[in-house]
Design a protein around this ligand. Structure first.
Ligand code: UD1
Length: 361
């Protein structure tokens, strides 16, 4: 069976790495599974893509669709047209997509319309917030998925409510956490550690890239100002996403303790997170990693598709109103932040379970 593994944007790369490694291991043990790695090219910078392939030992993609930047529809259309052409020329037996980015949705539609089965890793999670492109990507992908690999009981419930039969739902855990646990001992000190003379629990990591937070100058400025005002002078490390950088340039904000840095490679980024006092973010994936590492996490969003990171983990949803930041920082600095536990099956063996399931199809 030939499986196309689709990767398009930064948060996909840590999810596909363990799946590829598990297929390679299964091949060595006589499994009939073969894969073709398709990079859609949605993220193309070395810092958003190439570094992750190198550090996570992901093989060079067999195909790069080079779709590049564009509006939501432009990206979707380009990826669909190019992936369809690939499938017409060289079909596969199963298309495996991960996560919720535009590439995930575009490739699953192109495959399904050619009657190719679709497997979705991280299926079933829902924020129920259709203002986020990722939620639309999740809903569309899951509406045409054949095999659902899930990270949480909540995802299973969401799928069952949508009348997905039990036989098509495989509760396997979280491949992003496979990557985290496998690489934890390899985390690498970034240059900024020595440059700023950082020390453990002595700084905060920030990431912001959601359109709702960063596309309007006044919103971004308001959030950053509030964070700076309540940070008690602690260094704020802000590896800035290209989308955010474009808006930030015009804000004219500088503060002694606000340190903008380029997007970091995986091993350096998680080195910083693991030793930080807290993380402030609007990412979904980072809330899973902070939960597993037990690092306090403040999420600047009104909702989350990963409620277990709040109910069980160290994450708290602050919303997008800057006023919520002060009280949360006060709680952090007074040592009152919750400790948290680790969700079921986030144990580093998820990719192996996925491959066992695929072997039986
Ligand atoms: C995408 C995903 C989001 C994910 C995020 C992580 C969708 C709908 N969104 O959002 O779920 O959390 O990636 O990064 O798929 N750009 C570069 N270099 C790159 C890639 C992008 O400069 O390598 C620029 C683009 O030109 C564009 C902006 O960054 O202006 C946004 O990129 P895009 O892929 O559209 O969405 P993200 O905001 O990165």
């Amino acid at each position: 069976m030939l499986i196309d593994i689709i990767a398009g944007a930064r948060p996909n790369f840590m999810k596909i790495a363990p799946i590829i490694h598990a297929i390679q291991k299964a091949e060595d043990n006589g499994s009939k599974l073969k894969y073709r790695l398709v990079h859609t090219g949605q993220h193309y910078d070395k810092k958003m893509s190439g570094d992750f392939f190198e550090q996570l030992n992901i093989p060079h993609p067999d195909v790069n669709l080079e779709s590049g930047s564009g509006t939501q529809a432009e990206q979707t259309a380009k990826i669909m047209v190019r992936y369809e052409a690939l499938l017409l020329e060289k079909p596969c037996d199963l298309t495996l997509v991960v996560g919720d980015v535009t590439s995930t949705m575009a490739c699953s539609i192109a495959a399904k319309k050619l009657n190719i089965k679709v497997a979705h890793v991280e299926a079933g999670i829902r924020s129920f917030d259709l203002s986020m492109p990722e939620e639309i990507n999740r809903m569309v992908t899951d509406s045409i998925t054949d095999y659902f690999f899930t990270t949480s009981e909540r995802a299973n419930i969401n799928l069952k409510r949508a009348s997905v039969e039990d036989e098509r739902i495989f509760f396997v855990g979280n491949t992003m956490i496979d990557t985290l646990l496998k690489n934890r001992s390899r985390f690498m000190k970034p240059e900024v550690w020595d440059e700023l003379k950082l020390n453990e629990s002595g700084y905060i990591v920030m990431t912001l890239h959601r359109p709702a937070n960063v596309d309007e100058e006044h919103k971004l400025k308001g959030l950053i100002q509030e964070i700076v005002d309540h940070s008690q002078g602690m260094p704020l490390l802000f590896p800035i996403h290209p989308r955010t950088a474009k808006v930030f340039e015009n804000l004219g904000i500088t503060h002694d303790n606000l340190h903008l840095i380029e997007p970091l490679p995986y091993l350096e980024f998680n080195f910083l997170v693991e030793r930080s006092r807290a993380v402030i973010t609007d990412s979904g994936g980072i809330t899973e990693e902070t939960t597993v590492m037990g690092i306090p996490c403040m999420t600047l969003r009104d909702n989350t598709e990963r409620p277990e990171t709040c109910e069980l983990g160290t994450n708290e949803l602050l919303g997008t109103d800057p006023k919520a930041i002060g009280p949360a920082m006060a709680k952090l600095f007074s040592g009152q932040w919750k400790k948290g536990g680790i969700p079921q099956l986030w144990d580093g063996k998820t990719a192996e379970r996925i491959i066992e399931c695929l072997n039986e199809l």
